[in-house]
Design a protein around this ligand. Structure first.
Ligand code: C5P
Length: 324
């Protein structure tokens, strides 16, 4: 990475997430969907490098030309939001993004970049915002941005921004990992997936807050992570959006079939609005064995694949925010 100023840049990692549960409960007065989710950080990450830019502009550079780097990018939106909130319009930065998370894949790569930009620029510009303030800014940028800022394993309610940490297991017996696959030719629009789901299922949406809160409580009591730590039989991984994406995308149907053919996993699902798919394993070794056994067929059918550990905790919000 070239440094414009010759100074050591500030570096922030931006990990991807998967959904271990995505349940659509109903529709809200703001037209977003009311959700009950389990989100989990995984060890596939972009890296952001930050330097001050004395001319007061925000310049975003990226290692791939596939990414939009204008004001539609959440990194630029995060920088503009901090300038607006602080009233310090002269602040500038050169931000270099090293992209590794697949784009448009349902892995919250864009959201995680936005979260990393809020944290990195808070530190670079000495703004002194607390973690609570940064999480509030994150919710303004997008529904998944607060989760990607906090990370680890969390229940995510509301439109996704209300977080409750899940106590994780991280022992020799259970060092969970995934095999992640994605067809590089497919990408899914999140608004399309939600709209399509609404078209088909709206008549069955829950309407009352009491019904939402019952569903949240059921998820808290019967979640995959708790079942694994208790060695109970596992609930299957639920992703409501999978129903509509699977129907449209052949690569998603075929990918799910391929992952199912390696039977020793703990569960299989699409992440977010797709099209990335994952199989969950008890260890990284088991995920790598499955990847090895499927290597030829994945390559033949043009899927990219990654093996990754789950990240039970992230500490970067504490690192880049001011003490409360
Ligand atoms: O919040 P974010 O910008 O990531 O959402 C993208 C789109 O996904 C929204 O415009 C909406 O169409 C859909 N969405 C939704 N309900 C949610 C989150 C997202 O309908 N809880």
């Amino acid at each position: 990475m070239d440094s414009a100023s010759g100074q050591t840049p500030l570096i922030v990692s931006a990990p991807a997430k998967i959904n271990l549960h995505l349940e659509i409960l109903g529709i809200r007065s703001d037209s977003f969907h009311e959700l009950a989710m389990i989100m989990q950080s995984v060890d596939v990450a972009d890296t952001l490098f930050f330097e001050n830019n004395s001319n007061g502009t925000i310049l975003l550079k990226c290692n791939t030309s596939q990414l939009i780097t204008d004001e539609n990018n959440l990194i630029i939106q995060a920088a503009d939001l901090l300038k607006f909130e602080s009233g310090l319009c002269n602040l500038g930065a050169v931000i270099h993004l090293e992209k590794r998370i697949p784009i448009g894949a349902g892995l919250a790569g864009g959201s995680s970049n936005g979260a990393a930009a809020l944290m990195g620029l808070n530190k670079l510009w000495n703004l002194g915002y607390t973690s609570t303030q940064l999480l509030n800014f994150a919710a303004k940028l997008g529904s998944d941005v607060p989760f990607t800022m906090k990370g680890g394993a969390q229940f995510c309610f509301g439109r996704g921004e209300i977080l409750e940490p899940i106590k994780c297991i991280h022992s020799d017996e259970a060092n969970l990992a995934i095999l992640l696959i994605k067809s590089p030719k497919t990408s899914i629009s999140t608004p399309w997936a939600f709209q399509q789901y609404k078209k088909i299922w709206e008549s069955q949406y829950l309407k009352e807050e009491i019904d939402f809160s019952i569903r949240r409580q059921i998820l808290r009591e019967n979640n995959l992570i708790a079942s694994i730590s208790r060695n109970d039989s596992l609930p299957s991984i639920k992703n409501d959006l999978q129903k509509v994406v699977e129907e449209r995308e052949e690569s998603v149907r075929k990918g799910l079939y391929l992952l199912r053919s390696r039977g020793e996993n703990l569960g299989i699902a699409m992440s977010g609005s797709g099209p990335s798919l994952f199989a969950l394993f008890r260890t990284l070794d088991l995920a790598q064995v499955a990847q090895f056994k499927l290597a030829e067929i994945l390559k033949g059918q043009d899927y990219e694949s990654w093996c990754s550990s789950l990240l039970p905790y992230l500490t970067h919000l504490d690192e880049y925010s001011h003490n409360e």
